[in-house]
Design a binder for this molecule. Structure first.
Ligand code: GAL
Length: 671
């Protein structure tokens, strides 16, 4: 008998050794991790450096950024979890403060307490027997997520039996699905209905139209000084006389004729509708060069984006000389003898580049900052604002993103006068040059910039820190815009940062956006409702049909570009559902019904979607949006009328997705 017991014990021991499996956290599909900034890396920090906590380097693990969540499905097959956790030292910032949590089925099994930059790594050793779902969470403690680089080092999970890695994570994302019908062969004009220009400054407006080519364009009643190129639809010239001019645009092809009115307003205001275009940062970051910018301009035309009103091709950071850079192509004299800024070798001829972009009917943007250096350490405009504005105008630049960064060292404090000062200085410099340059303030929302961005002459201002291609980042930024609507108007826009659909990656390596298709519909719908500048952040030369569909629905774009220039307000928020409404010029309303499911995060379990529902029903009460009587509802993504309703309308929205509608009161017929 004794022997039998020994044999059984031996077999149990042997089978547990034989069948147990150790999984390193760095082996799992990292796209399952949501991080508040950047992309998590295996065996590297969030910024791709060796994992280092308080000077100690670890070979294995995951580098992520608060708020970071990962939910693992163990189904009771777990045995133990161990790791060392702490703040990665790469930022060297005292501001870093994070807290790690391990949760098992909604219970906190372990928590680190607040960890700071030089705190030793904390060891975790946990029995996870019987746990069905294991949640790994990093929060930004109580002071937000700035500099919160977080490492899970030597992180191992022991299982009682073999489980394929892919079964451990909830595969994010379902197949992309296209909702919008392709534009027809008939001509249709899609470009903005209003356009502002300053008297005497160079004018460029390209008629954006879909329909079969060849197409011939016209513009009746153009003010003196403007002409149209009938084959390209580009209207160019200069108008000296202030005033509002109503022009009739036409487009014609073998299938028919289209007309649309355009109001040209010659006065002090530009950017009368939110700027639409592309920016190099979210895809290429510092890997940007002249060839990539030209390729983007080419792709904007060849993909057809240009036919939907996409216009700006904006170079972000890294075109200037980088003092002390090891790379030869970035070295050189920062400025010439007159103080005019030089480009680095990746941009051999900025004027030629701008001519190239303009020849396609597009516009070119550039980037600088009020400090001595840009965020990536390249030459910026401090004390050379006038020379820089002059140089941009001479090159033919149409858009300037002006990024605070090293002005931190110049500003005495964060008082309002200090925050405003550098932006007013550059405004003054831009006002001296004979060119319309859209002025985009970038200082991440400090001092409630939305309250005074217009006062310092900004056409738009970033209201937040950097976006990244995760639900946590995009949804936090987007849905936090509630309350800013009072400050948006033609010529002055809140900017919740650039779009993260398509291939992104902060270069040179790119990856498909980690947002699910439904999250991408939410992203584009919300940014349109918010009347936000729309700056595509992906590689335009490699867009798939899904991405192109997201960016070329003219009814969605029309909501963003509506001449009234109102930003949507949130009118409902309950049970993870939100309703946003934007007033439109024709008296109708754009309405977004979102299934956001961002429950208030009061405690660690709230960070996880333990029981995710695929869809939910949302009810729109007509009275809540000021409509009485009957109203019509149109599905904007599908470009289809749904019907006429009374009092309320109900529809389903997918998890993290949206139903985007256009709703209008219906006048009852008199008998
Ligand atoms: C950040 C800015 C980003 C990008 C980057 C360039 O401060 O928010 O959008 O411009 O600098 O270094």
């Amino acid at each position: 008998m004794k022997n039998v017991v020994y044999v059984i014990m031996f077999l149990l021991f042997f089978s547990s050794v034989l069948f147990s499996q150790t999984i390193w956290l760095d082996e799992i599909d990292l796209s399952a991790i949501e991080s508040g900034w950047g992309s998590p890396h295996a065996n590297k920090s969030i910024e791709d450096n060796p994992l280092t906590i308080a000077g100690k380097t670890f070979e294995r693990g995951i580098g992520t950024h608060a708020v970071s969540t990962l939910l693992l499905k163990l189904d009771g097959k777990g045995k133990s979890f161990s790791a060392f956790v702490g703040v990665d030292g790469e930022t060297k910032s005292e501001k870093a403060s994070i807290e790690f949590f391990v949760l098992g089925d909604k219970n906190v099994l372990w928590q680190s307490g607040v960890l700071k930059i030089n705190d030793e790594a904390k060891k975790i050793e946990l029995d996870i027997t019987g746990i069905k779902q294991l949640g790994l969470l990093v929060t930004g403690s109580t002071d937000g997520i700035d500099y919160d680089h977080a490492d899970w080092c030597d992180a191992e999970i022991e299982l009682i039996e073999n489980v394929p890695l892919s079964n451990l994570v909830t595969k994010r994302g379902i197949e992309p699905y296209i909702l919008t019908p392709k534009p027809s062969d008939n001509p249709k004009i899609n470009s903005a209905k209003v356009f502002g220009v300053r008297p005497g400054n160079p004018f460029l407006y390209t008629i954006a139209a879909t329909g079969k080519r060849p197409m011939s364009f016209g513009a009746d009643n153009l003010p003196d000084g403007l002409t149209i190129d009938k084959t390209t639809g580009q209207i160019t010239g200069k108008v000296e006389q202030r005033g509002d001019y109503t022009v009739t645009l036409t487009a014609e092809n073998e299938f028919g004729h289209a007309e649309r009115e355009l109001l040209i307003s010659v006065g002090d205001k530009i950017a009368l509708t939110p700027p639409m275009g592309w920016n190099s940062w979210n895809c290429w970051a510092c890997a940007v060069d002249d060839a990539k910018v030209r390729a983007s301009a080419d792709a904007m035309v060849s993909s057809g984006l240009v036919n939907h009103g996409w216009t700006y091709v904006n170079i972000d950071d890294c075109w200037e000389i980088k003092p002390d850079a090891p790379e030869p192509e970035l070295q050189g004299e920062a400025r010439d003898k007159d103080g005019l800024i030089n480009t680095n070798k990746k941009f051999p001829d900025m004027k030629a580049l701008s001519d190239y972009v303009h020849s396609k009917g597009l516009k070119l943007g550039i980037y600088s900052g009020p400090g001595p250096l840009t965020c990536a350490g390249f030459t910026a405009s401090y004390k050379y604002e006038e020379q820089d504005a002059k140089q941009y105008a001479a090159w033919g630049i149409d858009y300037l993103k002006y990024d605070w960064c090293s002005y931190n060292e110049i500003a005495k404090d964060r008082s309002l006068p200090e925050l405003k000062k550098p932006y007013s200085v550059m405004r003054g410099a831009l006002d001296k040059v004979p060119r319309d340059i859209v002025y985009s303030l970038c200082q991440y929302g400090m001092g409630n910039v939305w309250e005074w961005g217009a006062e310092v002459g900004g056409n738009c201002w970033r209201t937040t820190g950097d976006i990244t291609d995760t639900w946590a980042s995009m949804s936090r930024i987007g849905f936090n815009q509630a309350g800013h609507e009072a400050y948006a108007k033609p010529g002055n826009w809140n900017d919740p940062d650039m779009l993260v659909v398509g291939l992104v990656g902060w270069g040179p390596q790119l990856h498909p956006s980690r947002l699910t298709p439904d999250e991408q519909y939410t992203h584009i719908s919300l940014w349109s409702l918010l009347a936000s500048p729309l700056l595509i952040g992906c590689d335009l030369s490699r867009m798939d049909d899904f991405t192109l569909n997201l960016l070329t629905n003219d009814e969605v774009i029309e909501i963003n570009q509506d001449p009234l220039g109102k930003q949507a307000s949130r009118i409902y928020e309950q049970d993870g559902k939100q309703i946003w409404v934007k007033e439109l010029e024709d008296g109708s309303k754009a309405v977004g019904l979102f299934y956001v499911d961002t429950r208030e995060r009061k405690s660690p379990p709230d960070y996880f979607d333990w029981e995710k529902k695929d869809k939910t029903t949302i009810t729109l009460n007509a009275a809540d949006i000021g409509i009485t009587g009957k109203f019509s509802v149109r599905d904007v993504w599908r470009q289809k009328d749904i019907g006429v309703f009374e009092n309320s309308f109900q529809t389903e929205a997918p998890y993290h997705g949206v139903a985007l509608l256009r709703v209008a009161g219906v006048k009852e017929k008199m008998d």
